[in-house]
Ligand binder design. Structure first.
Ligand SMILES: Cc1cc2nc3c(=O)[nH]c(=O)nc-3n(C[C@H](O)[C@H](O)[C@H](O)COP(=O)(O)OP(=O)(O)OC[C@H]3O[C@@H](n4cnc5c(N)ncnc54)[C@H](O)[C@@H]3O)c2cc1C
Length: 468
């Protein structure tokens, strides 16, 4: 075997997944077709769940350092610091579950360094063109500058983006809805007057800083060139503009599709390879990074001897999470379509967002913090949810945060000093705290058990941390 796990794609999701496998003791190799990292500034931020996940792996200070500049860029381009649902910028941030504003290439640099520091091999200039999987192993063929190379591993994960080759070659279904809207945008230099940002009869025109673009009912005949953008702006706004220069062109639709399962035997999917949808509300990268956190430690556990059925909990937990994002992005697309009926609906949704509870509802819809995984035993309270980064106080009064104790990627059982004997186990790390009841946290930050008796704790430990 060339590795325990081959990850296809050195985008943010592939990089984090490989790092997680390595953290759990597995050998991971990443195959990336590009010779150099892509410079495109697609995502400009990650949500609370991905932010908390990266803090748990020690990357918090770098995120904190990037955030102010990212926030400034966001405010410059959108004219407000508030987040949005369907471009209705009214979302008040939740101070306890904060996301991070960081441009995607900066995040990818950070994750590359993190993965390499853990010992992940990243092979650039390796484009996967064939996949063979049987009961014992998986083999890929990669096209490289020196010719074709075959690599074998126990598992293969396609993190190769929305047009995933792995997904197609391994026969995953990818059902969903076709594009309703198409956006073309980029860094634009205009010559002469430019219309105001806003909704028009033909669609939406947006301009902030040097970024400008249009969203209109999907059509195929719009070349992503300076001339194509000028024509589209005219069609949408009715105004003639001169586009002197278009750089970093972006072209995306709101088609919404999701793999029917995320695992077929030894082949799995994560990130955009598993789900595509409109970027409205900036959720794709967040979703994909949480996929990686969910899958990485499970793969590592299976490589160490846990039953492969543990991997099926990945689809069970993450498929509904993407389904929820597809649902809310479809709703956003409906609200972004042009026309007076939609204008009226937007007014009403905007008025509803002025109600604090509704504002919170929309925020949680986009962040996913309220989602609860279905676990193979009854769940109540925090069980099945991602834990916030709570404060823990030990018996000496020392205050720490949860993320500081999850850096090694092991499970964590938090107990009071008096409970330590009753709940003793060597399957996870044990931490004493005086300010919380007993609870068990998985390496991905999900609360696996809380406040139950020893027997229910054993069920949770057997499920997630089976004895070697
Ligand atoms: C304009 C725009 C704005 C966005 N804004 C946000 C935002 O603010 N917040 C957010 O959370 N999300 C946002 N997104 C979504 C986000 O960019 C994606 O969800 C994210 O890039 C997915 O990461 P990934 O690692 O799954 O895939 P990708 O980033 O697409 O990486 C896939 C990698 O696989 C490689 N690859 C592909 N095929 C092969 C092959 N056959 N062999 C080897 N390598 C291969 C590619 O070269 C690439 O490096 C935005 C998207 C767009 C288009």
């Amino acid at each position: 075997m060339d590795a325990d796990v081959i990850v296809v794609g050195a985008g943010p999701v592939g990089l984090l997944l490989a790092a997680e496998v390595r953290l759990g003791g597995g050998r991971a190799v990443v195959l990336e077709r590009l010779a150099e990292p892509a410079p495109e500034r697609k995502a400009r931020g990650i949500g609370a769940l991905a932010t908390e996940a990266l803090w748990r792996r020690g990357l918090g200070p770098q995120l904190e350092a990037a955030d102010p500049e990212g926030a400034r860029d966001f405010a410059r381009d959108h004219g407000t610091e508030l987040g949005h649902f369907a471009d209705i910028h009214k979302l008040v941030p939740d101070p306890l579950r904060r996301g991070t504003k960081i441009w995607q290439p900066d995040l990818e640099r950070l994750l590359t360094a993190h993965a390499e520091a853990l010992g992940v091999r990243i092979l650039r200039g390796h484009e996967v063109v064939a996949v063979e999987a049987d009961a014992d192993q998986v083999t890929v063929v990669a096209k490289t500058f020196e010719g074709e190379q075959r690599l074998c591993a126990d598992y293969l994960v396609g993190c190769d983006g929305g047009r995933s080759t792995v997904r197609k070659l391994a026969g995953f279904g990818f059902p969903g809805t076709p594009a309703l809207l198409r956006t073309i945008a980029g860094e634009v230099r205009f010559g002469g007057a430019v219309p105001e940002s806003g909704r028009y009869a033909g669609g939406t025109f947006q301009r902030g800083g040097s970024l400008a673009g249009v969203t209109e009912p999907a059509r195929e005949d719009v070349p992503v060139t300076a001339a194509g953008l000028a024509t589209a702006i005219r069609r949408v706004t009715g105004t003639d503009v001169v586009v002197e220069d278009l750089r970093e062109p972006r072209d995306f639709t709101d088609q919404a599709r999701q793999a029917d399962t995320y695992r077929r035997g030894r082949v799995l999917l994560a990130g955009d390879a598993a789900h595509v949808h409109s970027p409205s509300g900036g959720q794709g990268l967040n979703l994909g990074l949480v996929d990686a956190m969910n899958l990485g430690w499970k793969l590592a556990a299976v490589l160490r001897g846990a039953a492969p059925a543990l991997l099926d909990t990945y689809t069970r937990e993450r498929h509904p999470a993407a389904e929820a994002v597809l649902r809310n992005t479809r709703a956003q697309s409906a609200l972004l379509a042009p026309g007076p009926h939609v204008d009226a609906l937007r007014d009403i949704v905007g008025e509803l967002m002025d109600i604090p509870a509704v504002n919170r509802y929309f925020g949680e819809l986009l962040s996913g913090v309220d989602q609860r995984y279905e676990l193979p035993y009854p769940t109540t309270g925090p069980v099945g949810r991602h834990s916030p980064d709570v404060e823990l106080v030990d018996e000496h009064g020392v205050r720490t945060r949860l993320h500081e104790h999850l850096r090694t990627g092991r499970g964590l059982l938090v107990v009071t000093p008096e409970q330590r004997v009753n709940y003793a186990t060597d399957r996870v790390r044990i931490l004493t705290a005086t300010n919380t009841g007993p609870w068990l946290v998985r390496p991905d930050g999900v609360v696996a058990w809380a406040e139950g008796d020893r027997q229910s704790l054993e069920v949770a430990l057997d499920t997630w941390f089976p004895a070697g």
